[in-house]
Design a protein around this ligand. Structure first.
Ligand code: FAD
Length: 386
């Protein structure tokens, strides 16, 4: 079987998710944003249909699929104008890490809820003084008897207000060498010493970003996910799905924007023919379509490698997919807005706010430049400047 052609199951999933997305559509998300709330109805419907946990193991209530299936869910919801950003975080990062490295107890506590939508988990790695340099994070866990005490700060953490817990990337001190090792902790939303404040973003999205302060947050021994000595490996097991899912988010948004532009370009007539007949309008939209298709191909490759257990191969492909999708999305949205002329900037057509939304995929979870650095060093063997 060639993997370049989507299986019938995947095509059927795409169609079914698309139908759900269209039932809600952009108007629903716009209303949710205006009301300052979470898209709970869509989240719950997606859960009921098995989409939220499609990548999680069946024995814990999931669909037994992989990131390939979950990325289809996010892409199709996005293409209908109703993306669910927390899919990138809750089932893709947190669900994957717990399913792969969690204890039996952690799996039973979290996975069924993440799959049926009754539990939501956020993910926090970014710190104000570390940014793209995640080796510099300073959130530190100290042992206190059997417990852990976690102290540090995080920024730009999405969806914390609706999450039951945050999977926090911290560090522990190696007792022998004194070196800091990355570790993952499940921090309940209401833990003492754990506070949050919203960051004022220009973004028009249902999910808010938060600054977190962890001030000697006391956690039981079993808040640690996985092995204290294999933190980096476990972290990357979650970050590759995050990149694939960000690609899905970007491709979905790009497709939505191009779709809106096409509708407009077929109808709007200011000379003799609809504006879509002018090549200056048609070609950039055709180009945007090609770029989005190419990005999707790389996303599918990354998902396939990841689901096949090739973490190293998936790492490179997931970075490339995230890069390609982020760039394709930014260009697609820009061209879509331009196609609508003045209407591209009106609330009624709702495209202008995507200009900022599209930029998210360029900067997060890893910026365009850091991906080019990774490809330069890891793939091409060039020396480092930093
Ligand atoms: C909407 C949104 C949601 C987010 N959600 C989450 C979340 O849920 N959880 C989470 O942990 N984080 C989240 N983030 C954070 C995101 O992952 C970071 O913003 C991102 O990793 C970049 O870090 P930074 O903002 O500190 O930029 P910086 O690291 O300060 O980078 C600033 C600029 O410098 C460039 N730069 C830095 N180093 C180099 C270099 N060596 N070579 C070339 N260029 C370089 C970068 O590419 C970038 O353009 C979110 C961010 C946004 C915008």
């Amino acid at each position: 079987m060639t993997t370049l052609i989507e299986s019938e199951e995947h095509q059927a999933l795409r169609k079914a998710v698309s139908a759900l997305g269209k039932r809600y559509g952009r108007d629903y998300i716009t209303q949710v944003i205006a009301e300052g709330r979470y898209p709970t109805e869509l989240w719950q419907d997606a859960a009921k249909l098995g989409y939220l946990g499609v990548n999680l193991p069946e024995e814990y209530g999931g669909g037994g699929g992989g990131i390939a299936e979950l990325s289809i869910v996010l892409e199709e919801l996005g293409a209908s104008g109703a993306p669910l950003l927390m899919l990138v975080v809750s089932p893709a990062i947190c669900g994957t890490v717990i399913a792969r490295f969690g204890t039996e107890d952690q799996k039973r506590t979290w996975l069924p809820g993440l799959a049926d939508g009754t539990k939501l988990m956020a993910f926090g790695i970014t710190e104000p003084d570390a940014g793209s340099n995640s080796h510099r994070i300073t959130t530190t866990a100290r042992r206190d008897g059997d417990d852990w005490l976690l102290t540090g700060r995080k920024v730009f953490i999405s969806g914390v207000d609706h999450a039951d817990a945050v999977l926090i990337v911290g560090r522990t001190e190696d007792a022998r060498t004194g070196k800091l090792k990355p570790c993952l902790f499940i921090v309940p939303r209401d833990a003492e010493g754990f506070s949050r404040s919203p960051i004022n973003m220009e973004l028009s999205a249902a999910e808010k970003q938060w600054e977190l302060v962890l001030d000697d947050v006391r956690l039981p021994a079993d808040a640690l996910v996985g092995d204290e000595d294999a933190g980096l490996l476990q972290l990357f097991a979650g970050l590759n799905p995050e990149r694939v899912m960000t690609a899905a988010f970007a491709i979905g948004m790009g497709r939505y924007a191009v779709g809106k532009a096409l509708e407009y370009a077929r109808e709007r007539t200011v000379w003799k023919t609809p504006i879509g007949a002018h090549q200056a309008i048609a070609h950039p939209l055709a180009q945007a379509h090609v770029d989005l298709e190419l990005a999707r191909l790389m996303m599918q490759k990354a998902a396939l490698l990841y689901d096949a257990g090739d973490d190293i191969g998936a790492g490179e492909a997931a970075n490339m997919a995230k890069y390609a999708a982020g760039e394709a999305c930014v260009r697609a949205v820009d061209q879509a807005v331009h196609t609508l002329g003045g209407n591209g900037l009106t609330r009624e057509f709702g495209l202008a706010s995507l200009i900022i939304g599209a930029r998210v995929a360029r900067i997060a979870p890893v910026s365009r430049e850091m991906i080019l650095n990774y490809i330069s060093h890891q793939t091409l063997g060039l020396p480092k400047s930093y």
